[in-house]
Structures are given as structure tokens and as C-alpha cells.
Design a protein around this ligand. Structure first.
Ligand code: HEC
Ligand code: HEC
Length: 394
């Protein structure tokens, strides 16, 4: 049986693997080139970002204001990042363009939808050939700020990440950079976009990756109810949201000791509990084992340790966890309350004084309050901002 399969594959390679694939399960849809993106007469302004609250307080003062993107990006691990309106515009088109996949069926945005805070509502996502990703599509939250990308923290910066999904056979399946470059260069609309961004029409790998990085690094999100609440001592919070906030930042549930700082993500600075050597001790890279299973099917970084993800916009990014096992925030809270398993690598923060997995004994009111608090982390501006929207939509 195996021998036949090998022979068949060899023969089909000789006959032209692409024709084999297009008449097989993978149908090539109409060329999306037919419709060029609809771009505004003058470019959107990516160079100023509207923020509220204390996210940027340490380096730029707190409060609602417009900041220069370049100032914000000085604090990005993406060294020497420079964003121009034309570069980010090109990145936007690439992000939404299905031409980036082998059979013109999948764009980055197929799995990262603006209305879902750039996640996709699926436990695992369908890639270009009807195959599914082994993990849950992550929302994209302040990527300029991240120094460990993906569920297993395998990639340190956005720049290094941008070209990975295109060549990942499960996600977008392009066979080679040369083919992608040729495909992009042949369109009616990219030559002018590359010229606008880089001065010449040349399409190359560095430019593709740089433009997508520019677009992603301009997605700055700090305009949630929580951010505004930081400015007026949470006067607009309901009493249940306030109770949830107290639990979240309190020493019993300890949520904020892992989902920390302005981005509610891993405190993985050197020297921190989840930091990196030389000062951070063990090489945790912002990951923790939260006792989802006694035996993991997917071990993540190692020993069931997964990235401590940002909780910004969390109400919109169900299902939850690396494998999308929980369909609601109620289920997530119940996990921390009563469901933690005693895995040998369970994070010490999730153990009680007896060394066993914590049992929080939250009341129904506490649980509803934690969920109500998490819902205050939604940033409507990011979800509706035209400059991050689909230029191919009607
Ligand atoms: C078929 C679905 C799919 C497509 C297409 C896809 N992604 Fe993803 N994306 C995922 C999944 C799944 C993950 C998590 C993968 C993992 O952790 O192993 C992810 C993770 C990411 C992350 C990490 C976020 C973080 O905080 O660490 C970024 C950024 C990202 N993708 C950007 C892109 C870009 C840019 C493209 C297009 C070039 C793209 N994705 C195409 C499914 C997809
Ligand atoms: C020891 C560190 C730690 C603590 C404490 C912690 N978390 Fe988490 N949290 C994580 C990690 C790691 C993940 C991802 C785990 C995975 O997917 O395997 C996660 C995932 C989540 C998710 C799902 C995120 C997504 O994008 O799917 C939510 C929601 C969440 N945590 C909320 C909370 C709340 C609320 C608390 C307090 C009750 C809390 N966490 C306490 C480390 C922690």
C-alpha cells in the first residue's frame, strides 16, 4: 500500500504536482487579483495612536491622549522598528490578501479576524488545504510589546514571526519565497504599493516581512473600559466589575501575578518569575503550566508549559487555552476555581499551602464578578478602526 502511494506521488510530481493538487481536494478558487483592494485616496494615519489609562504611564505619562507611534515603538523588542503610513498600508493589504496562500484561499486574516480581536472563534483553524492547525489561533494584542510569540514562546519578535505562517503547510502552504514574490509582483496593485512604501517596485522577502511587521506593530490597543477606569478611580465600573477587579488583582486568585502589567501578559522580564536568563533563573520565556491535564497531548514549550497570554479583548476570543478546550470564560474561571490538576510541573502559584492544586472556593457571585471584570478589557476602537479593516471587503 505504502509502495503504491510512493509511486503515485513520484508520478504525480513528474506530471506536475500542482495540477494533481488542484484537481484533488484542494480546489483553486477564482483568482482574488480580479478585485484589487479599495484604499483611501490619502493613506490612513498609522503614526499616531490614541491611548487611555496607565499602560504607557511608566514612560509617557498616564491619561487619554495621542502618542507618536515612534515613541511607543522605542520600547518594542523589535529593534529599530520604523513605521511609515505607506509601509503599514502595504502590510494591511498583505495581511488581508488571499494571494499569500498556495491556492488563493487563505489570508492571515482568515484566522485573525478584526471583529474577534484578530482571533477566529475556532478551537483549531482550517488552513489552505482543509487541514487544521494543531493549536487555537491566537488573538493579536499589542504585538509591538511581545517578546515571546506563539503558544510555546518559540519566536521572540513579530518581525521573525511574520513570514512563518505563509510557509507553514497547514496554514498557507506557499512552497517557496520565490513563488510568493513572483505571484505578488504579477498583480496589478502591488508594484505601486511597494514603490510607495520603499521607493521602488521591487518585491522581496525583507520588504514583505517588514511591511507586515509595520502593520502589526501599529495595532496598539489601550482604550478599554478598564483603561478609562484607571483615570477616574473606576468611577464608571459597576459594583460587580469592581469586585471582579479586586479578586483579579488580589492575593487569593493571583491572576495578575501571571497576567501582569499593562498588557495582562507574562511578567517575563529578566529577573522576573517567568523571565529569561541570565537574571531570570530557569529559562521560562513567559510560560507556565496551569494544570489543565495530568498528561498533556501537546507539551507546549516543555512539561505542559504554555505562554501566559494577554487577556486584553479576552471576551471576544473564545474558545480558550492553547487547544481551545473551554468555550466560555465561566469554564476558564471554574478551571482556576476547582479544576486544576496536579501535574508535576504545575506552577507553584497555583498550589495551596499543602502543596496540592489550589481550590479557590469562589462563590457564584465571585465567579460572575471575575467574568464581568474580564469583559472590561475589550477595546472597541481596535475592533472597528478602519485602518485595521479588510481592504478587500465590499
Ligand atoms: C490557518 C490559520 C492561520 C493563518 C492563515 C495565520 N495564522 Fe497566525 N496563528 C494561528 C495559530 C493557530 C497561532 C498559534 C500557533 C502556535 O502557537 O503554535 C497563530 C499565532 C499568530 C501570532 C502570535 C500572537 C502572539 O501573541 O504570540 C501572530 C502575530 C500571527 N499568528 C500572525 C499571523 C500572520 C501575520 C499571518 C499571515 C502571514 C497569520 N498569522 C496566518 C493561525 C493562523
Ligand atoms: C501561574 C500563572 C497563571 C495564573 C496565576 C493565572 N493564569 Fe490564566 N493563563 C496562564 C497560562 C499559562 C495560560 C495559557 C494556558 C494554556 O493554554 O495551556 C492562561 C490562560 C488564561 C485564559 C485563556 C486565554 C486565552 O487566550 O485562551 C484566561 C481567560 C485566563 N488565563 C484567566 C485567568 C484568571 C481569571 C486568573 C485568576 C483566577 C488566571 N488566569 C490565573 C497562566 C496563569
Amino acid at each position: 500500500m505504502k509502495k503504491y502511494l510512493v509511486t503515485f506521488l513520484l508520478v504525480s510530481t513528474v506530471l506536475g504536482i500542482s495540477s494533481f493538487m488542484s484537481c484533488g481536494k484542494i480546489n483553486t478558487p477564482p483568482n482574488p487579483n480580479a478585485s484589487a483592494p479599495k484604499l483611501p485616496a490619502s493613506v490612513y494615519d498609522y503614526l499616531h495612536v490614541h491611548v487611555s489609562g496607565n499602560f504607557f504611564a511608566n514612560f509617557m505619562g498616564s491619561g487619554t491622549k495621542d502618542l507618536e507611534l515612534s515613541e511607543v515603538l522605542q520600547f518594542s523588542p523589535n529593534q529599530n522598528m520604523k513605521v511609515t503610513n505607506e509601509g503599514a498600508t502595504l502590510g494591511r493589504v498583505l495581511f488581508y490578501d488571499k494571494i499569500m496562500s498556495l491556492n488563493n484561499s487563505i489570508a492571515c486574516a482568515s484566522c485573525h479576524k478584526q471583529s474577534s480581536a484578530f482571533s477566529d472563534g475556532m478551537a483549531s483553524s482550517e488552513g489552505f488545504g482543509g487541514k487544521f492547525t494543531p493549536r487555537n489561533s491566537m488573538s493579536i494584542v499589542n504585538p509591538f510589546f511581545n517578546n515571546n510569540m506563539f503558544w510555546d514562546s518559540r519566536t521572540p519578535t513579530v518581525k521573525q514571526l511574520t513570514l512563518q505562517p505563509v510557509f507553514n503547510h497547514l496554514e498557507m502552504g506557499m512552497e517557496s519565497m520565490d513563488k510568493l514574490i513572483a505571484k505578488i509582483a504579477k498583480t496589478s496593485y502591488y508594484p505601486a504599493l511597494f514603490k510607495g512604501a520603499y521607493g521602488t517596485e521591487e518585491v522581496n522577502a525583507e520588504r514583505i516581512s517588514d511591511a507586515m511587521t509595520q502593520f502589526l506593530c501599529s495595532m496598539i490597543s489601550a482604550n478599554s473600559k478598564f483603561d478609562k477606569g484607571e483615570e477616574d478611580n473606576f468611577a464608571s465600573f459597576t459594583s460587580i466589575e469592581k469586585h471582579g477587579k479586586d479578586l483579579f488583582f488580589g492575593t487569593t486568585a493571583k491572576c495578575s501575578q501571571c497576567h501582569a502589567g499593562g498588557n495582562f501578559s507574562a511578567p517575563d522580564f529578566p529577573g522576573g518569575d517567568y523571565g529569561t536568563p541570565p537574571n531570570g533563573g530557569a529559562d521560562r520565556k513567559g510560560t507556565a503550566n496551569i494544570g489543565l491535564d495530568k498528561v498533556y497531548r501537546d507539551n507546549g514549550k516543555a512539561d505542559g508549559q504554555f505562554r501566559i497570554p494577554s487577556l486584553r479583548n479576552i471576551a471576544l476570543t473564545a474558545p480558550y487555552m492553547h487547544d481551545g478546550r473551554f468555550t466560555s470564560l465561566d469554564q476558564v474561571i471554574e478551571h482556576y476555581n476547582s479544576g486544576i490538576q496536579n501535574h508535576p510541573s504545575l506552577d507553584p502559584k497555583l498550589k495551596g499551602s499543602n502543596g496540592m492544586p489550589q481550590r479557590l472556593n469562589l462563590s457564584d457571585y465571585d465567579k460572575i464578578a471575575l467574568v464581568a471584570f474580564l469583559k472590561t478589557l475589550t477595546d472597541q476602537q481596535l475592533l472597528t478602526d478602519q485602518k485595521f479593516s479588510d481592504p478587500f471587503a465590499n
